[in-house]
Design a protein around this ligand. Structure first.
Ligand SMILES: [Zn+2]
Length: 313
């Protein structure tokens, strides 16, 4: 059988697909995108998939082929409720001068190389954690209007904190980029396996090197306001299979499949629900506008057609 966890999600969320009782690696699609499964125990297979931000509300199309048997696990898409914000940023970040454009091209080449990784099982030993435990000041999916004209979508979570605050790895992984980029400032990109990456932007200091293995919770850098940023904060992005997803949805996922185990019907084996770790507390609804300087215009330009856009700003 196959199931999606959670079975209700919003556009921009990441979800898990669990198949059990299959001998061979399953194949399938979710919202029109191919699924890539990894083995997760006897007869069990898992895949993690992003829901594009433009996914329409209602039942999503999920199709899985397990040992030649077609399965159609349910997934209901809820309305996204994205908001819109207007921000002011220095013109050099809206219309970068020629020298900056050359630098951005080099940044983009380095970022593309960093993403070029073979698919394998996740290094995440369970769940992601927030790299900085504060209330977000900017959320995923916010529509942003810069200087009254340029529009963008915010593809990450803004976590406001004073410069120098430690930033930790959200999960076990490998450093694939540690670079001072024009737009995203000092940037650390971690590969977590299974096509999952996390990005920490605008750092004041980078404390890791490319190729280094890191553990969830390990220091990777310090909060700053480098690149296109209006004040100290961490922009944290999570990318799944080439699409940025809401990091809060990634934190909900148990990459061992524990969530899905709890969702199995009563006639299935009891599973390890009692032994599964409790989900991390999620940030609640945001308070009103924050006092002090604007948290940050961290929105990137519209994504590239292939969805592999430059990192979030
Ligand atoms: Zn941001």
């Amino acid at each position: 059988m196959a199931e999606v966890a959670p079975a209700q999600a919003r556009p921009g969320d990441a979800v898990l697909v669990l198949v059990h009782g299959a001998t061979l690696p399953p194949t399938g699609t979710l919202a029109g995108r191919p699924l890539r499964f990894w083995p997760a125990g006897e007869g069990r297979w898992l895949a993690v998939a992003p829901l594009p931000t433009e996914t329409p509300p209602g039942p999503a199309t999920v199709g899985v082929l397990a040992d030649d048997f077609p399965l159609t696990p349910a997934l209901e898409i809820e309305p996204p409720a994205f908001s819109s914000t207007t921000l002011s940023i220095p013109p050099k970040f809206l219309e970068p001068p020629a020298a900056a454009r050359r630098r951005m091209a080099l940044d983009q080449a380095a970022i593309s190389r960093a993403y070029d990784r073979p698919f394998g099982p996740p290094l995440v030993g369970g769940r992601f954690r927030l790299p900085l435990d504060v209330e977000p000041s900017g959320r995923f999916g916010d529509r942003r209007v810069y200087n009254g004209k340029t529009e963008g979508v915010h593809y990450g979570l803004d976590l406001p904190s004073p410069s120098g605050t430690p930033v930790v790895a959200g999960a076990d992984g490998e450093v694939v980029l540690a670079r001072d980029c024009y737009m995203s400032g000092k940037t650390v990109l971690l590969a977590h396996g299974a096509g999952v990456f996390s990005a920490s932007l605008h750092l004041s200091r980078i404390d890791v090197k490319v190729g280094q293995a890191v553990s969830g919770g390990q220091l990777i850098g310090r909060v700053g306001t480098t690149g296109r940023s209006t004040g100290p904060h961490l922009h944290w992005g999570v990318k799944v299979d080439g699409l940025w997803v809401d990091p809060r949805s990634a934190i909900r996922l148990d990459f061992t499949g524990g969530d899905a185990e709890r969702m199995t019907p009563p006639d299935a084996p009891a599973g390890d629900a009692a032994a599964s770790p409790a989900p991390l507390p999620l940030p609640g609804p945001l308070p009103g506008p924050l006092p002090g300087p604007l948290p940050l215009p961290s929105g990137p330009p519209p994504p590239a057609a292939d969805g592999s856009a430059a990192p979030p700003r």
